[in-house]
Write a protein of this length. Structure first.
Length: 259
């Protein structure tokens, strides 16, 4: 009860009371990211990481879930997409049925998207079809640690269920339907199962990181919990905490390569 009250008190005034699946919420999230220098710097860091993992050569690069972000500033020629029409997306596309020719993409990038896909098997089958050999799926996703279980479980609206035996979940809406534990389930808990079902994908990198900065920035749903000039301090704290990322990380950078 106390956590519910606290979450309500800290809710960002632009999105408080707005249905999370309302497309207008995506436009407001973009506005919030641009208006919070601390949060904007985190997204800049994320997009730099994604861009650095995109291979060269033939093929286009697709971003899934582009609505609130600005990844196109970091990847030239990026195809931006969203599951519903919005000003920041060039096309409307479902990750489970992408409108691209076989072997036409060299990368698929996404931020906080995988854990919203109700049937990830369909997504990986479609990705395998659309990506050329050597293509990448590169993402930033929530991660399961002792610390993140507390934060996501008490202060975040999205469900987190590390114990579910299923990779699927009910599709209640494009943003409300989720399991924040899904990336960890796929690539840690069920890694052997994933490798058996999708042998064409090699897991190139998993780097847990960012235990505190996103939280104190307030993210896109909460008010800022610290002034923007404290960004350097929190970055230093996270560098000191690096040896404990397996216990503290709230996000992970994940890179898959199509063989």
């Amino acid at each position: 009860m106390a956590f519910t009250f606290l979450r309500r008190m800290l809710a960002h005034p632009l999105t408080a009371g707005l249905c999370v699946d309302d497309p207008a919420n995506t436009e407001l999230r973009k506005q919030i990211i641009q208006s919070k220098p601390f949060l904007r710097a985190i997204y800049d860091e994320w997009y730099t990481m994604l861009a650095g993992a995109v291979p060269g050569g033939e093929g286009r690069v697709l971003e899934l879930g582009s609505g609130a972000g600005h990844c196109a500033n970091f990847i030239p020629g990026l195809i931006t997409s969203e599951v519903f029409p919005c000003t920041n997306a060039q096309i409307v596309a479902d990750a489970r049925q992408m409108p691209f020719a076989t072997g036409s993409l060299r990368a698929i990038v996404m931020t906080d998207v995988l854990h919203h896909i109700p049937d990830v098997r369909m997504f990986f089958r479609e990705s395998s079809r659309c990506l050329r050999a050597g293509g990448r799926i590169v993402m930033i996703e929530p991660w399961v640690t002792s610390w993140s279980r507390i934060i996501y479980g008490k202060f975040h609206h999205e469900p987190i269920d590390p114990g579910t035996p299923n990779w699927e979940f009910p599709s209640t809406g494009p943003l409300s339907g989720a399991n924040s534990a899904l990336p960890w389930i796929l690539f840690v808990r069920d890694r052997k199962k994933f490798a058996a079902e999708f042998p064409e994908f090699a897991i190139e990198a998993i780097r847990p990181f960012l235990p505190f900065r996103y939280l104190v920035s307030g993210g896109v749903s909460l008010r800022s919990l610290t002034p923007s000039f404290s960004r350097g301090f929190w970055s230093a704290v996270e560098r000191l905490a690096q040896p404990q990322m397996h216990r503290l990380a709230m996000f992970a950078f994940i890179e898959l390569r199509k063989r």
